[in-house]
Design a protein around this ligand. Structure first.
Ligand code: COA
Length: 284
């Protein structure tokens, strides 16, 4: 695969490691990486020899989140009315993050996220889909979507709420502050913090321990906990995510034409009540 390095562990049969592998772009999650992640998860559906999967990032980051290069391309494409085929294609593409996230969460294998460097936005969303998370002590996290004028999508809000609780989720998503691996540990988002150099060894040691357990008992535990946890935060809560994403992009294009701090249009003194806006467009 071009964006993921997948290896079978030679010391611990049953352990598969998946390394996000675009280190020159801090492992930003491109459309191809989403697709390859979905393909990998599909392969795992029928692979009973793979029992534990460790996810990590190549180089100095776990991942810098959604590929902003791709977003820039999308934003610079001609903005069209939502009913045109281009906007519809964008709406279809907007579910790719939901699909890759669901694919990770629905893996039957036990999944461990090993967080080195940094995990931003979509990377935090992917991590929330994994069973157990371990962070290097220098790692940091952030969820900057609101600062980028886009809603947090990929079905991440219910998952973060499940992992962190409603109030913490609201603060992190709305204030967009960075948080450390120690913060993540205190809030229960990561299970362990470890010395940077020991991160992968720690994840492999946990995997080795799990590989000695009865696989059916592990699988039953995972599916029962997931079923119960997902009762509390049904995925349907985010059915409109992709529409918000398309809308946010349309609004961003409009805003770039009219800077936010531009002086508002003066209101004509003798304006008579009208069903139309200044341009003659209907007011909804
Ligand atoms: N999408 C695409 N490319 C990204 C990226 C992203 N989300 N994050 C980093 N990169 C690329 C940079 O463009 C740069 O590529 P280049 O060398 O070809 O110019 C490379 O990765 C290294 O990033 P750089 O910014 O030089 O590293 P840094 O250590 O100075 O800063 C960050 C690291 C993470 C603070 C900074 O890259 C950043 O803020 N990235 C955006 C994070 C983000 O907002 N993600 C979106 C979440 S929805």
């Amino acid at each position: 695969m071009e964006t993921l390095a997948i290896e079978r562990d030679s010391e611990f049969p049953g352990l598969v490691t998946v390394t996000l592998n675009r280190p020159d772009k801090l492992n930003a999650i491109s459309f191809r990486m989403h697709q390859e992640m979905i393909d990998f998860c599909r392969q795992m559906e029928t692979d009973s020899t793979a029992r534990v999967i460790v996810f990590s990032g190549a180089g100095r980051a776990f991942s810098a989140g959604a590929d902003l290069g791709a977003r820039k391309d999308a934003a610079s494409s001609p903005i069209v009315a939502p009913a045109t085929p281009d906007a519809l294609a964008e709406r279809l593409h907007a579910t790719i993050g939901n699909r890759s996230s669901a694919a990770i969460e629905n893996l039957d294998q036990v999944t461990i996220g090993a967080v080195n460097g940094l995990a931003i936005g979509g990377a935090v969303a992917w991590l929330a889909c994994m069973d157990i998370r371990i962070a290097a002590e220098s790692a940091w996290f952030s969820i900057p979507e609101v600062d980028l004028d886009i809603p947090l999508t990929w079905n991440a809000l219910p998952r973060l709420m499940r992992e962190l609780g409603p109030s913490r989720t609201k603060e992190l998503v709305m204030a967009c502050d960075r948080f450390s691996s120690e913060d993540a540990l205190r809030w229960g988002f990561v299970n362990h913090v470890t010395a940077d150099a020991a991160l992968i060894a720690r994840a492999r040691a946990l995997a080795a321990k799990l590989l000695k357990k009865d696989p059916i008992s592990l699988a039953q535990t995972k599916s029962t906990v997931n079923a119960l946890a997902n009762l509390m935060v049904p995925a349907e809560a985010t059915h409109a995510d992709r529409d918000y994403l398309v809308l946010a992009r349309l609004l961003a294009a409009e805003r770039s034409a009219t800077p936010r701090d531009a002086a508002p249009e003066p209101i004509p003194e003798a304006a008579s009540p009208s069903a139309e806006g200044p341009s003659g467009a209907p007011i909804f």
